[in-house]
Structure formats: C-alpha cells, structure tokens
Design a protein. Structure first.
Length: 423
C-alpha cells in the first residue's frame, strides 16, 4: 500500500506539473502574468515567489493549477469595509496589501477600504486608522503584491498583463500548451522506457515467450516466431492476436506459426485467467522487442502514435456505441491501476505514467467547457466572429461545463468505489 501511494503521488505529480508548466511557460512568453502556480489542491503548505509568480504546494496531491491574471478563475476584489494593512515604498506607492489576519508579522498602515481599482488606475481609497473624517487615496505600484485571506501572497493583476490583453494566437497557444506538454512527456517516457526494456514492442504479430508459466513455450513456440492466424482467422497486428487468444479461454486452438521461412500449425489450450469481471485466455506471450538503436530512439514517437490511435478508437466507440461509466476512471480507478502498475516494477510505473499522460492530453482536447479543448473552441469562435464571446456568456458556459464535469466526476468516483471496493 505504501509503495502504491508513493507511486500514485509521483505519477500524478509529474503529469500535473508537466501539464501546468506548459500553460505557465506559454503565458509568461505571451506577456500574461501567472499569479500562482499550484501543485496540489486545498490548504497551502508553503509558498515562495519568483519572477512575479507565487509557487505553492498544497495539501491534497490531486491536481494543480496555474492562475493567470484576468482569467475566469482569477478573482480580484477587495470589498468596501474590508480592513487591510498597506506597505508603502520610497516613492509613496503601495507595494503590498495585506487582507489576511494570518500574517501577524506584516507591519503596515491600517486602512478601512472604501474603494479600490487594482486593474487600471491602481489606487486604494480608505480611512487610515479608523479616522473617517479624512478619506485618503493611495497609489498602488504596478508590481505590488496582495496577501489573500489564506495568507498566500500573489501579484496584483493590472489590465495590461491580464489574459484577455494578449493577442488571440497567444491565448490559443497558452490554452493548448498544457496538452502539448503531456504529449511531449509521453514521448519522453516511452523513449526512456525503450532503453530500460532493451527494445521497443511493435504492433506486429511477431512475439516473444514469457520465461515462466507460458503455454506457448511449452507448446514449442520460440522468441521471434510470428503468429499468422488463430483457428484460421488471420491476425494482422498485436491487437488482433490478443483479441483472438483472449476469446479462446480453455479451448483448443490451432495457431499458424511462421519461423524464418517455414510455417507450421501448433495446437495449444489458452490458460483461463480473470480480468475484471471477465474470463480471458492467455498463452504467455509478449510483443517482440526491436532492440536496434534506431527503434529505441524513435520508440517514443511510434509508441505514442500507436497508443493515440487506440485511445481515439476507444473514445469513438464510447461516443458512437453504448456508453458506460465503466469506460471511465477517476482518482480511485487511477489509484487501483497504480497498484497493478507497481507490480511491474519501474517499467510498469513508467508505462502507466506515459499512458495516463496521453489520456489526459486527449481528454483535455475534448471541446467541453472547462477543459482546454472548450477554451480553444471559444478562441476559434472568437476568430470567426472577430470579437470575443461576452464575459457573461463565457462565464455561464464555463459554469455549465464545470458543473457537468463535477457531476461526471462524482458519478465516476462512486462507480469506481463500487467496482474496486464494494464487490
């Protein structure tokens, strides 16, 4: 259990950091202020500020986010009547605003806020030391910080560094940069895995036999043999072969096997094993590894391309066929799958990391409001209309999308708990 928890945190952390760093880097290059880069959710554990961005580590190792100035998730408002403390610099401009009662070390001018503008005119008006006989106005520096109610210090968000102030192409790149990073991470991990495993598995029917408990090995099949057909049904690729074998649990099967330039028929009986709620046949074979240097270098790209095709095919089957919650998995399913992956050692965890990263990339491209694909769709609509969707409309669309995603997450999580722990 401890190993699974550690692996889960590491895998999830790498994927989230990679995704969010893509948004962060693209935003910075586009002149958009990233106010916060958070790893984890919930209460903050600690934070530090670098290059105008607050980097926070939060308690729950589930997800993360980048908070861009002026984005839909970024709220900047100090309500009238709020007591704050102000730090003023040598040029008589406010350099820091404390709205939290958690920072007792902050020594500043106590002010009761009457009116603020931290986006355009950059000022705070209020009563100093509770003296309501004189309304004072303080100019705020462009790079001033604000200490929020939970004690986190972030930059204020002037309009010139807000998300909507960037050009449309830059906003589009920023929106898809997280997905791009997940594709890059997948390719990188698959490339490393190719060297760790000593080769790359291709999608052909050329196979290797498992060293132990192999029905195929006992029947005389050897490493490098190619299985041309199963009971007369031609097998064009590994997926075809696996499907045919899995459907023959406990039954005699005739395999047409090619070795060098010769072919022969080998008869065997697949062993019956349980996979989830189903019983499937296995004969103890694995995909043949191409151990050439070229294959290893290109392995990250070929593996990512092949897996992308399979995931898109599975996604299309869900959309066009009978949808089931069992086709989806939330944090509970990911944790359960992590437990299985750890049994495969470092290679098993690495494959799971690449698989999960690619899943996140593809799912995020779906044009559902709240996902990166939904944001990109709004960008495309803006390009067609030559003007952005109104802020009110975008907020409504985002809230609907968020509500849908939260409902789906609740249903998926409950379904996962029922599948893995209640049966």
């Amino acid at each position: 259990m401890i190993t699974t928890i550690i692996a889960f945190i590491i895998v999830f952390g790498i994927i989230v950091i990679s995704h969010e760093f893509g948004h962060y880097y693209a935003a910075k290059k586009s002149g958009i202020l990233v106010r916060e880069f958070s790893v984890g959710m919930g209460p903050k554990l600690f934070y530090y500020i670098k290059n105008h961005t607050t980097f926070t580590l939060r308690l729950l190792p589930l997800g993360g986010y980048v908070r861009m100035a002026g984005d839909a998730d970024d709220e900047e408002e100090i309500k009238p009547g709020t007591p704050v403390s102000l730090k003023v610099g040598a040029d008589n401009k406010v350099t820091s605003i404390n709205t939290s009662n958690k920072n007792s070390l902050f020594q500043g001018i106590p002010v009761t806020v009457v009116r603020t503008d931290l986006e355009q005119e950059l000022f705070i008006e209020g009563y100093e030391n509770g003296d309501e006989s004189e309304l004072k106005r303080y100019s705020v520096a462009h790079d001033a910080t604000i200490i929020e109610s939970d004690g986190t210090e972030v930059q204020i968000a002037p309009v010139d560094v807000q998300f909507q102030s960037a050009s449309l192409p830059k906003r589009m790149i920023t929106n898809v940069a997280g997905v791009f990073n997940n594709f890059v991470l997948t390719i990188l991990v698959f490339t490393i895995l190719a060297f760790v495993q000593g080769g790359v598995a291709n999608n052909s029917t050329k196979i290797d036999v498992a060293p132990q408990d192999s029905v195929a090995k006992d029947a005389g099949i050897k490493n490098g043999d190619q299985i041309l057909s199963v009971d007369g049904v031609k097998t064009k690729n590994w997926s075809d072969l696996a499907t045919q074998i899995q459907g023959k649990a406990g039954k005699n099967v005739d395999l047409k096997v090619k070795r060098n330039d010769q072919t022969k028929i080998i008869t065997l009986t697949p062993k019956t094993v349980k996979s989830g709620d189903k019983k499937v046949g296995v004969i103890g074979i694995t995909q043949h590894l191409d151990n050439s240097f070229k294959a290893k270098i290109l392995g990250g790209f070929t593996q990512t391309f092949n897996l992308t095709g399979r995931l898109l095919s599975a996604l299309w089957s869900m959309v066009s066929g009978h949808f089931s919650l069992n086709d989806l998995g939330g944090p509970v399913a990911i944790f359960a799958t992590t437990s299985q992956a750890t049994k495969g050692g470092v290679a098993g965890v690495m494959y799971f990391l690449a698989f999960l990263s690619l899943n996140l990339a593809i799912i995020n491209l779906i044009p559902i409001p709240g996902l990166d694909g939904g944001k990109l769709l709004l960008n495309i609509i803006e390009a067609i209309r030559h003007k952005p969707v109104s802020e009110k409309t975008e907020t409504v669309i985002t809230l609907i999308g968020f509500a849908f995603l939260m409902l789906l997450m609740i249903l998926v999580t409950w379904n996962d708990i029922s599948r893995y722990f209640l049966h």
